[in-house]
Design a protein around this ligand. Structure first.
Ligand SMILES: [Zn+2]
Length: 396
């Protein structure tokens, strides 16, 4: 039996989510959710008192005439979320509002210590400094939770970083350690899944069925959401397609196997192939190589489209056959090449996919690749904020 209190809590969340989807009136909510007008009014009044909802003004009067309804909106700025991402080169810290807008941000170089606590102490201090900057600029909102995006295997329930090829730590209880210092709930997530949360958050609940995200940077990360939930698998290891074998005799991968997708289609693989064609491309940053492409360098264009674009298309074809997603979004630094690469990948996929059903999946570049990792860390918290299971852990 569901208690009266649980029911009230559930209705409160439904109302909050409805308002978050777009400005609306109490009558709209009542009609959308099938709840009585007095019940909606009472819960809306509570949400206003909590600071989560505010009245924006009056809408148009209904066809029947009468008073113009008062419109309600979600107050994303009532609190802030702290977000952290790091790898073996850099860390990023941000303060973000409840729907993912970055308000304060810093990125710095990092030297990873053998003891995780030394590295985390440094990051915690950076969060404190950033909060101080926010306070000095008049942002007095409480920081209610912190998300951390990490490359590698993460135990999300326990807040433990199990293993990462980029870090020397094993089974590091980063969640508990940060919570002791910051005294707010800390949530860890694998960085590729965090990137998937960014797309879910920005879609505002429109990917009802399935979404796949492929992040292409120095490595490849993949995340899958089914029914608006990010899929983690039984042991938090899903979905890792970077090391799916695409060419059994292909280039050597850092994992020791040959022809993994990452060894063929990542930016690292792109740079390696470019150097195989001509040594003059060695030691160039991806942004510098992109400049050469824009200046008309034919070798760069050939590798970009007929190697990287081709192998991405091959791997994505496998994903479409596995998940048959509504949408497949490509994120990360590679998307800075622009729509011509997006078109090339789609062309390769459509040449290889035979079924009309599979062809219906929409493939596109993300519009959210900037600061993707740290925004992913924050998006995890935002999605939790709007979930029945986690809302009260964050909003007390
Ligand atoms: Zn591999």
């Amino acid at each position: 039996m569901i208690s009266k209190n649980d029911m009230k809590e559930r209705n409160r969340m439904s109302i909050l989510k409805t308002i978050r989807r777009g400005v609306c009136s109490r009558a709209d909510i009542s009609a959308t959710l099938g709840l009585s007008k007095p019940a909606v009014s009472a819960l809306v009044d509570e949400l206003i008192k909590e600071g989560l909802v505010y009245e924006t003004g009056r809408g148009d009067s209904t066809e029947a005439g009468g008073k113009k309804p008062i419109l309600l909106d979600f107050h994303a700025n009532v609190s802030m979320i702290a977000a952290v991402s790091f790898n073996n080169k850099h860390y990023e810290v941000a303060l973000v509002d409840l729907v993912g807008d970055v308000k304060f941000y810093v990125k710095k170089e990092i030297r990873i210590s053998d003891d995780y606590r030394q590295t985390i102490d440094l990051i915690v201090q950076e969060i404190r400094d950033l909060i101080q900057v926010a306070r000095e600029q008049g942002h007095q909102q409480p920081v209610i939770a912190c998300g951390v995006a990490i490359r590698g295997l993460v135990d999300t329930k326990m807040g433990i970083m199990r293993y990462s090829s980029a870090m020397p730590w094993k089974d590091a209880p980063i969640g508990d350690y940060m919570e002791q210092s910051l005294d707010i709930p800390i949530f860890l997530e694998n960085d590729a899944r965090a990137g998937t949360y960014v797309e879910l958050l920005n879609s505002n609940g429109t990917y009802g069925n399935s979404l796949v995200c492929v992040s292409v940077g120095l490595g490849i990360g993949t995340g899958v959401a089914i029914g608006n939930e990010v899929y983690r698998g039984a042991f938090d290891g899903a979905v890792n397609l970077a090391h799916a074998t695409i060419d059994h005799d292909g280039p050597l991968c850092r994992c020791g196997n040959r022809g993994c997708w990452e060894a063929l289609a990542s930016i690292t693989a792109f740079s390696e192939e470019l150097v195989r064609r001509d040594g003059k491309y060695a030691d160039l940053e991806f942004s510098e190589i992109l400049n050469l492409y824009h200046e008309g360098d034919a070798v760069v264009a050939d590798v970009l489209f007929n190697y990287t674009g081709y192998w991405l298309g091959v791997g994505i074809t496998n994903i479409l056959h596995t998940f048959n997603p509504e949408v497949l979004i490509i994120q990360g630094e590679l998307t800075s090449v622009g729509p011509e690469l997006e078109r090339k990948i789609i062309e390769v996929v459509h040449q290889r996919v035979k079924s009309a059903v599979t062809k219906r999946s929409v493939i596109r570049f993300s519009e959210h690749s900037e600061k993707l990792q740290v925004r992913g860390a924050a998006a995890v918290i935002s999605q939790y904020f709007f979930s029945d299971s986690h809302h009260r852990l964050i909003w007390k």
